[in-house]
Design a protein around this ligand. Sequence first.
Ligand SMILES: [Zn+2]
Length: 232
Amino acid sequence: MKLKTAATELMNLVAPVRCSGCHIVDLRLCHPCHTFLFSGASSRVSTMSIAGRSIPVYSAGEYSGVRRSCLLDFKNGSRRYLAKHLLGGAGAFTDSLRHPDSSVLTIVPTPSSLRGQWSRGFSPTGLLAKALHQELASTVVNRSLVRRGLAGVLRKPQHTPRPRAQRLARSDQDFRVREFAPRVPIVLVDDVAVTGGTLRAATVALIAAERCVLAVVVAAHVPGREFFSLNP
Ligand SMILES: [Zn+2]
């Protein structure tokens, strides 16, 4: 153990490692930040009404402070191992995510934009779906929801945040559902719920393809928002 500590200290001198949550020079995720992520109060933060169905939206915590910092490092700093920490408190969802008629739950990640997939080389929501799968027994991950078109890849990168109206313009036509067994209960997974526009579009696309969306799980939600576009 002493050897490990000495090795860590030596490595920090050569190439300082900063905690994703609080940025102190220590481990990749310091103990207090690790504890914070796992002690987060996973809760139901909203409900979507689509085609007469009420679909609960569960969040592992607020998109602020340590959680926000870790999510940014996870997505933009390629710290892929953070997926399991970001959905670490998801065990609290277990009872809510069971379907009375089915023993197996299908976890579907919301697909990243094609540009995001190309530039990152990995899918953050895919890793979050995998982390949730490891957290919950009797689940499978299915990447049957995909983005349409190459427009997002060929378009010039945008360095300024898209206007609100443009974000809300996300449509279920942006998504395509690949073939897989219909009527299996699905949990849709996304990284952050900001306005709810993407979540709603993805859910509408799945329901239009006769899929049964049981719930939505996100690693974080922006506090103070009413998810106005979940129920336009
Ligand atoms: Zn920390």
